[in-house]
Write a protein that binds this ligand. Structure first.
Ligand SMILES: [Fe+2]
Length: 295
């Protein structure tokens, strides 16, 4: 993800990338990757969109542990023309969009510590690579991500980045998809999280609502805990088609000044898959405010 008020660290190139320096990872860091990978690879089949499972093979490299981007990129480039580039942390919006539009996904280099296995404030390499890269090996999703980057560049000129970012949040990070036998997860924030994989699909608390571009662009999201609403796409093909065929400039203009929708709102036009009880969010609010977040 991106942020605007950032200064480029001295170690980074003009495009904010840094070498991954794979040789510097320790055995404990590789072991953490393997532990997280195995836990999610066991949990996800039957819950995640099949395209994600297909794409997981791209991460099964010649060495165990944290993927070496050089080897990973050779495979990803063959599949869809994408690459993964390391960055030292959050990058400005324009840098982020430029990388995406040119089929480069920015990823953090560090991996969480053992006491952060289920608690993380900033995305680490497990979230960025395990969560995002398998779908970058899918040709349709790969095109969607590049289209999003180009859309971000246009949104920047129209003062509408915040609106567009909501689409990223509710698709790329926290998206659900309709499957032949029920809902499936595909968003990176869910698939890289053991607890949100269970919550997003099984818990009665959150809303699950049919995807609608305009609706998403009006909806706030939470960065500090599980989502209170998830949005369900029909397919990656449909997501890509809507993104490419929609002229966003008039939509931004139409939405300008309209009030945002709350994270748990249900609107009269919503296609509701599940009306959430919101019991989880309410129970959290009644506690100390010490939220638990895993991106
Ligand atoms: Fe992410």
């Amino acid at each position: 993800m991106a942020n605007d008020a950032l200064a480029r660290p001295a170690c980074a190139a003009d495009d904010w990338t840094v070498p991954q320096e794979w040789d510097r990872y320790g055995a404990d860091e590789h072991a953490m990757w393997d532990r997280l990978f195995e836990r999610q690879a066991r949990l996800l089949p039957g819950r995640v969109a099949p395209a994600f499972i297909d794409g997981l093979d791209v991460l099964r490299l010649s060495k165990p542990g944290i993927p070496d981007f050089a080897e990973l990129n050779a495979r990803l480039m063959d599949a869809t023309g994408w690459q993964v580039v390391a960055v030292p942390g959050l990058v400005p919006d324009d840098v982020f969009f430029d990388h995406l539009a040119n089929r480069r996904f920015v990823a953090g280099r560090f991996i969480r510590k053992p006491d952060q296995i289920d608690y993380l404030e900033e995305p680490d390499i497990f979230h960025d690579v395990f969560g995002h890269v398998p779908l970058l090996a899918n040709p349709v999703f790969a095109d969607y991500m590049a289209a999003y980057g180009r859309g971000g560049q246009r949104a920047a000129g129209l003062g509408a980045i915040e609106r567009l970012a909501r689409i990223y949040w509710y698709t790329v990070e926290f998206g659900l998809m309709r499957g032949p036998e029920g809902l499936q997860i595909y968003g990176a924030g869910i698939v890289s999280s053991f607890s949100e994989t269970l919550f997003a699909l099984d818990d009665p608390s959150p809303n699950r609502i049919g995807f609608d571009l305009k609706r998403l662009m009006r909806t706030n999201y939470r960065i500090d805990d599980f989502q209170q609403s998830y949005f369900v796409i029909d397919s990656f093909e449909d997501l890509l088609r809507q993104t490419i065929e929609t002229d966003f400039a008039p939509l931004y203009a139409e939405l300008h000044g309209t009030p945002d929708l709350a994270v748990d709102a249900i609107e009269p036009d919503d296609r509701i898959y599940h009306r959430g009880t919101q019991h989880y969010a309410r129970s959290r609010l009644s506690q100390t405010g010490d939220f638990h977040h895993e991106p």
